[in-house]
Design a protein around this ligand. Sequence first.
Ligand SMILES: N[C@@H](CCC(=O)N[C@@H](CS)C(=O)NCC(=O)O)C(=O)O
Length: 200
Amino acid sequence: MRLYATQTSPYARKVRIALLEKNLPCVLEWVDLRAADHGALEHNPLGKIPVLVRNDGSAVYDSAVIIQYLEILHPEPAILPHDPEARIEALRIEALASGIMDITVAWVLEQRHATDCQDADMLQRARGRVLAALAMLQEETCAWKEARALPVLTLAQIATVAAVGYVDLRAPDFLLQFPNLTTWMHSLRQRPSINATAPQ
Ligand SMILES: N[C@@H](CCC(=O)N[C@@H](CS)C(=O)NCC(=O)O)C(=O)O
């Protein structure tokens, strides 16, 4: 398998952590998203990463679908609970974390405009929504204090680390109100899957 990714994409990081937690070998293909003809376009007409290219050449995207693909084809160790209620809950937290990624990416892109061209309402609304979602994630992590010692991380934890790590990289001020969330994320630093995928 080959995974098209960038070093900083939180969506790609979610998949990279899942691959490492599941001990699945995968070649990483680094993509320059600014290039007009970057390699992922050949496999995903949307031009978005991550894209997983299977050994038969067929492609799987987006990150949530790649995760489902990995879990279906390589069920052990499981990163999603088997119990239906717990599974839906894990997928909800993944959606919450992905929403944080989506809104933070949009916030970052808006911030890059010249100050007098920025949409101040959009920036404020985005900030408010990310903060509300981070508050909810912080509540979730209270139950995960021992995640560092788990044999395998769950999808909810993986998506949370990827989202919070991205906020920490691009909008660290957003995390000031959430010291417990930051502490939880840092407690996982020594885990090989987290350490090896930290955005640079
Ligand atoms: N919903 C997608 C989002 C993927 C996404 O937006 N990736 C960004 C990188 S962080 C990207 O490829 N952007 C390039 C573009 O939109 O042209 C997923 O979960 O995989």
